[in-house]
Design a protein around this ligand. Sequence first.
Ligand SMILES: O=C(CO)[C@H](O)[C@H](O)COP(=O)(O)O
Length: 227
Amino acid sequence: MEAKRYAGEWSVRYIEPGMTIGLGTGSTVFFAIQKIGELAKQGLTVKAVASSDRSEKLARELNIPIVSFSSIDSIDVTIDGADEVDAQCNLIKGGGGAHTREKILAYNSKDFIVIADSSKLVEKLGKFPLPVEIVPFATSLTLQHLKATGCEPHIRQENGQDYITENGNLTVDCQFKEILHPILLDAELRKIPGVVATGLFSYSMVTKVIVGYSSGLVKEINPHEKT
Ligand SMILES: O=C(CO)[C@H](O)[C@H](O)COP(=O)(O)O
């Protein structure tokens, strides 16, 4: 947990007065939102759009002004977590079931900052089952098409029932052996009618990844930096 806190708290240095910020979802973002709340209390003026009811509720409790997506043109910076980050900074997201809205936030943000503890760093994506949001219509056919891409698809359950996203859809956790070409796989999955969004986020969307270590060390990875 401390490693998540270090990454989350570090990330708020990229927030400037007057910005519109996107709030992701999850236990790492929790620490970023708390820190933003502290800064707001000290006078930082920002407005925020949230990717989930959970994050919105937390932000409201901390008196961070929340605005609706329809009232803004773009987001200055979105801060969000990840389930896996590969060597190029491609991501798997959606462990918390909010990846469709998170992708909309990231896509509409000038900067997309990913925060993660070091356990999320992997060489290749795919150990973590890939979340895919699907509409709950012709589910068994959609599952067959997902399976044909080379995975074992499982409809996510919560308290013994299908997990329903905030968009009213199902989440299918797709276990691949490994994901060698995340961008191609994302395109292949999105061709299946009924698929709303996958939890694959291309490195091209990512401005930087902030990694927290339990020692207190924080590292920044810039996927676009030439080495
Ligand atoms: O994608 C997400 C939610 O949909 C989260 O960012 C991801 O699951 C990481 O969560 P955590 O910070 O709790 O480890």
